[in-house]
Design a protein around this ligand. Structure first.
Ligand code: WTA
Length: 657
């Protein structure tokens, strides 16, 4: 594993970022009304959270969460174990809905939803509360209670958020699985988490087609040893959904008829709230565990600070609830803050490439939070799709998932934001629970490509190979040196991996896995991963995970997977494989791609697969990934290749360019 910043330039945009010196201050107009409107305000919050964290977080938690029973100590921290708001009792579902109903805001719209075919629904906070309670009542009838794991594999319908919050209501633990993963991946996650209930829908709309979700789930359930029941939402219709008697039940049969009165259960602060699987540097995805109070508070406060939330905003996060962004910034953050959220089910280019802009215009969206890969697709599709629509309702834009390259930043700023909307480039991870570094839109002059500064409570350190703080201009490994309420509490079922992965390199500090540098203004620039994780269209994938999928094909002997720069995806997946004596042709190539799709899901399908007689290895037998990255990117070979075991193999790979 290599950790030099130069090596991390796989994303392709770092060169531009290194020379970026434009500065975009927030407008006086925006600053005037902002939640955090002066630099002094930020600095005093930051200093308070750093110097007197207990007092700071005690006040935050008391003010911004509902407590059935008060907590005692604020934080107990002995790396890697963090406990927050000890002994207190709260409930994330209560904070998301009941709190607003109790406060007389029950009629405010919580979710405006639009399906891909154009169907629409709105749910007020009161209606959402009832739906969540009904779903929780159904869970209880299905034998689900506190501590049980519920796997959710659903389209982006309100029921997805309802299913999550119904878990939170009774202390069940949700594990949402993005609806693009394969049956194999679902089964792996179900088994790892010992899921008891699975929730899905008959189908999912994607670009006008129906994908048979239930069929995939059926396949997964054949291999899921712990799942007892399957709850199925009717979304796409049709009579052909197979239902296994005794196991499968329809949502409309068991949820709709419930009274909807079940109160939120008071739960200990550290009650597990959810598991979310994400890729790390080994083959097996890990179940990141978040718990109730700390996560909920972090999601809420970071939402309010970064998105400058006001009561009349129409906020739209375009992520899917299958990822952490959907958890924190579609569900827990905005709902706890009492926001009105737009939720959209489908693809950005269906029925046409202006779908997002049509939605912004129609619902008068004020805050838009999306990913650089989407922005780059919009640029490619052409300005005419944007020009057709009135986007003057927008006042703030957000970006997440990967660094936003300055070209995309400028287009987003000018074309979508009309030059008037600040852009918040938010850096964070599944593990961090919520945003860690981001501009605050009322005060932070932005630099395209930089996530600027840490939020209150986040103390970053840049360290070298052996954990010493370094001259930050040159960059190094990014660590966080104090606990924060939203931090992960573990890897499900694997405490050893939890310590090794995050707390061993620099004892007592959280290792993010990213490289970063800090410039003279104290701004942070994220420079890519230090491990074998690649970022494909904002989705985290482990190269080893894809390699394992490839070698599970009977005709593949060895595989090496690397990321290569891609204009749209940020990184594309390039695979190098050695094979048995099977003939190499297009059919084999297609078969291999399909095989990876089947093993992991469409998002992991390699963009290129190259066949070779041997992989380049060092004398000690390690695959030379840096070299393969250069080959994949079509770059001149860099670095010292004198330790190559088989120079001929590299020459052969190059010939295929
Ligand atoms: C990358 C997504 C640069 C980073 C919320 C991180 C970013 C990984 C940014 C986490 C950003 C995310 N600038 N890089 N604004 N946002 N990343 O867990 O490498 O899916 O470690 O969480 O994405 O991905 P994850």
């Amino acid at each position: 594993m290599s950790a030099t910043p130069a090596d991390a330039s796989q994303g392709g945009s770092i060169d531009h970022v290194l020379t970026e010196d434009r500065l975009f201050p927030p407008s006086a107009e925006f600053a005037k009304n902002a939640v955090i409107s002066t630099v002094e305000q930020y600095e005093s919050l930051y200093a308070a959270a750093r110097d007197t964290p207990d007092a700071f977080w005690r006040d935050q938690a008391n003010e911004h969460l509902h407590w059935f029973e008060p907590f005692g100590d604020v934080c107990q921290w002995e790396a890697p174990d963090a406990k927050w708001f000890i002994g207190g009792k709260t409930n994330a579902s209560y904070n998301c809905v009941d709190a607003h109903v109790e406060a007389g805001r029950g009629d405010k719209v919580a979710i405006i939803w639009e399906g891909e075919p154009g169907d629409q629904r709105t749910l007020t906070y009161r209606e959402l509360q009832t739906e969540i309670a009904k779903c929780a009542e159904a869970y209880e009838q299905l034998g689900i209670g506190e501590g049980d794991v519920v796997s959710i594999y659903m389209p982006m319908t309100p029921e997805l958020a309802i299913a999550m919050l119904a878990c939170a209501r009774i202390g069940a633990i949700h594990s949402v699985i993005f609806a693009g993963f394969s049956a194999e991946s679902i089964a792996d996650r179900n088994n790892d988490a010992s899921a008891k209930l699975m929730i899905t829908s008959d189908g999912l709309y994607r670009r006008g087609k129906v994908l048979p979700l239930k069929q995939t789930v059926d396949e997964a359930l054949e291999k899921s040893t712990t799942v007892e029941k399957c709850l199925v939402l009717r979304r796409t219709g049709g009579d052909d959904t197979p239902m296994q008697s005794g196991r499968d039940v329809w949502w409309h049969d068991v949820v709709d008829s419930q009274p909807g009165k079940l109160p939120a259960k008071p739960l200990e602060s550290e009650t597990p709230l959810f598991i979310l699987y994400t890729s790390g540097s080994t083959g097996k995805p890990k179940g990141i565990l978040h718990t109730t109070a700390g996560y909920n508070l972090w999601a809420r406060r970071t939402f309010e600070w970064v998105f400058d939330h006001r009561d009349d905003d129409i906020y739209w996060c375009t992520a899917d609830c299958g990822w952490i962004t959907g958890h924190s910034y579609i569900v827990y953050g905005p709902l706890t803050a009492g926001a009105t959220c737009l939720m959209y089910e489908g693809a950005p280019n269906h029925p046409a490439e202006d779908r997002f802009w049509e939605l912004v215009e129609k619902y008068k969206v004020t805050i838009l939070y999306t990913a650089p890969t989407a922005v780059r697709a919009f640029i490619k599709w052409g300005d005419e799709h944007v020009d057709k629509h009135d986007l003057s309702s927008l006042r703030l834009l957000g970006s997440v998932g990967e660094g936003i390259n300055p070209e995309a930043w400028m287009w987003y700023h000018e074309k979508i934001g009309g030059g008037r909307c600040p852009i918040v480039d938010t850096w964070w991870q599944t593990e961090t629970g919520g945003i860690m570094m981001s501009p605050l839109p009322g005060i932070t002059p932005t630099k395209p490509g930089s996530c600027t500064k840490p939020l209150p409570g986040v103390i970053p350190k840049i360290v070298d190979e052996i954990g010493n703080e370094v001259d930050s201009e040159n960059g190094g490994k990014l660590c966080i040196s104090q606990p924060w309420p939203g931090m992960l509490r573990g890897i499900w079922g694997d405490p050893k991996r939890f310590v090794e992965q995050y707390f061993m390199d620099v004892p007592g500090q959280y290792l993010t896995g990213d490289n970063a540098r800090r410039d003279n203004d104290g701004y942070y620039w994220i420079m890519g991963r230090i491990d074998d994780v690649i970022n494909v269209s904002g989705h985290r994938l482990s190269t080893i995970e894809v390699e394992s999928a490839l070698v599970s094909h009977p005709n593949v002997c060895e595989a090496a997977v690397v990321g290569r720069p891609d204009d749209l995806k940020g990184q594309a997946i390039a695979a190098f494989v050695t094979t048995t004596d099977r003939e190499i042709n297009d059919e084999f190539l297609k078969e291999l791609k399909l095989h990876v799709r089947k093993q992991i899901g469409a998002l992991a399908q390699p963009d290129d697969i190259r066949f070779t007689s041997a992989l380049p290895k060092t004398r000690s037998g390690k695959i030379m990934r840096r070299l393969l990255r250069d080959v994949a990117a079509g770059r001149e070979l860099a670095g010292d290749t004198s330790t190559l075991e088989d120079l001929a193999s590299i020459a052969q790979l190059q010939e295929k360019d």
